[in-house]
Design a protein around this ligand. Structure first.
Ligand SMILES: *[C@@H]1O[C@H](CO)[C@@H](O)[C@H](O)[C@H]1NC(C)=O
Ligand SMILES: *[C@@H]1O[C@H](CO)[C@@H](O)[C@H](O)[C@H]1NC(C)=O
Ligand SMILES: *[C@@H]1O[C@H](CO)[C@@H](O)[C@H](O)[C@H]1NC(C)=O
Ligand SMILES: *[C@@H]1O[C@H](CO)[C@@H](O)[C@H](O)[C@H]1NC(C)=O
Ligand SMILES: *[C@@H]1O[C@H](CO)[C@@H](O)[C@H](O)[C@H]1NC(C)=O
Ligand SMILES: *[C@@H]1O[C@H](CO)[C@@H](O)[C@H](O)[C@H]1NC(C)=O
Length: 205
């Protein structure tokens, strides 16, 4: 009898709630637990499927296109916001940059080198690399998107535990634009930088 109960308990755990993977969004696979509708994936892991384009929506309700997903590592990479042409203003500046809800299973991974542009002098007091050797100088000098940021004060930092892992902050009077590169290597030419903000999700329980 006990064996039977154990059997059925195991059986229902295994089969009654099968991993309910979402259908593809356009041509992009949406691995479990990522969720594009309430009836697939896990609701906390919500992404938007907007006319065939998979998007991550920030706490400020700004949509960032999903560039790639690595389900094995529980990571995905989203596109950093554009820098509005001929300015040094990120398109999400009005929302003070990128922010993830505190109770979200997603956070910003440690593989990101974040670069901040058009910074005011008071930012120099913070633990950022604003020196002439910071990689942000190369972005300003040589990247197409960096044109509007030329000769503004810029800084960079590697996302790590010293900074909050749920936001990249920009604001008027601080720094007004940013971008991010995943697994930055100084030897890679600026034209080939792997731009992206890598997010990591905790496994569903
Ligand atoms: C949806 O995507 C298709 C194909 O990319 C495009 O032709 C169409 O205009 C898009 N519709 C909307 C509402 O954006
Ligand atoms: C987020 O934006 C969408 C449209 O882009 C809107 O329908 C929705 O109400 C907004 N949600 C919040 C919480 O502001
Ligand atoms: C993920 O893991 C599966 C099975 O272990 C493997 O076949 C696949 O190549 C891996 N994918 C990546 C992107 O590492
Ligand atoms: C730099 O930021 C200031 C506000 O802090 C803004 O007024 C100015 O337009 C920005 N510069 C560029 C080139 O966008
Ligand atoms: C700034 O970053 C560059 C390139 O990674 C590095 O060589 C330099 O030592 C850093 N400077 C500071 C002050 O952290
Ligand atoms: C982000 O989430 C992952 C998975 O839950 C966790 O291992 C990691 O420590 C978190 N990173 C930071 C910087 O909090």
């Amino acid at each position: 009898m006990l064996a039977l109960i154990i059997f059925f308990t195991l059986f229902s755990l295994t089969y009654a709630s099968p991993l309910n993977e979402c259908p593809k969004c356009g041509t992009t696979q949406v691995p479990y637990p990522l969720s594009t509708t309430p009836d697939c994936g896990k609701p906390d892991y919500k992404l938007n499927c907007n006319n065939g384009t998979l998007e991550f929506v920030s706490a400020g309700n700004f949509s960032y296109r999903v560039l790639s997903i690595n389900p094995n590592a529980s990571r995905l990479v989203i596109q950093p916001p554009l820098i509005v042409q001929n300015t040094c203003l990120s398109s999400d500046l009005g929302l003070n940059g990128f922010r993830i809800d505190n109770n979200s299973p997603f956070n910003i991974s440690r593989s990101n080198t974040v670069m901040l542009f058009n910074c005011s002098d008071n930012i120099l007091l913070s633990p950022l690399n604003c020196s002439s050797t910071s990689p942000c100088r190369e972005f300003e000098a040589r990247a197409q998107q960096g044109v509007g940021c030329r000769s503004t004060l810029c800084c960079s930092y590697l996302k790590d535990s010293a900074m909050t892992s749920r936001r990249i902050r920009v604001r008027v009077g601080g720094c007004t634009a940013y971008t991010s590169v995943v697994d930055f290597k100084p030897e890679i030419s600026v034209d080939a930088w792997p731009y992206g903000i890598e997010l990591q999700w905790s496994p569903p329980n």
